[in-house]
Design a protein. Structure first.
Length: 89
């Protein structure tokens, strides 16, 4: 009768591992984009792409237990990027 609950419980660790891997990958990508932006702070295209990656990372970090502590620092980075974009306009 409650077999559907058992299936979901079995898939949880696998889903959490997948979220962790995705969060790790997006973190690496963000690091590369931040480095590129440091080299050329006025590059509007990198700024746009980085903002998109930050937003994607928020949802992934929220799903991943091991990456949830990175959400607050990510909001700080988003604010800094927004301020930087405003200064450049």
């Amino acid at each position: 009768m409650f077999g559907f609950l058992k299936k979901n419980a079995e898939n949880k660790p696998q889903a959490e591992n997948e979220y962790d891997l995705q969060a790790q990958a997006i973190s690496v990508k963000i690091g590369e984009m931040e480095a590129a932006l440091n080299n050329n702070p006025r590059d509007g295209e990198i700024q746009k792409q980085l903002m998109l990656e930050y937003n994607r990372a928020l949802s992934l970090f929220a799903k991943s237990r091991s990456w949830r502590n990175e959400i607050d620092p990510l909001f700080v980075k988003i604010d800094e990027l927004r301020n930087s974009i405003r200064k450049n306009i």
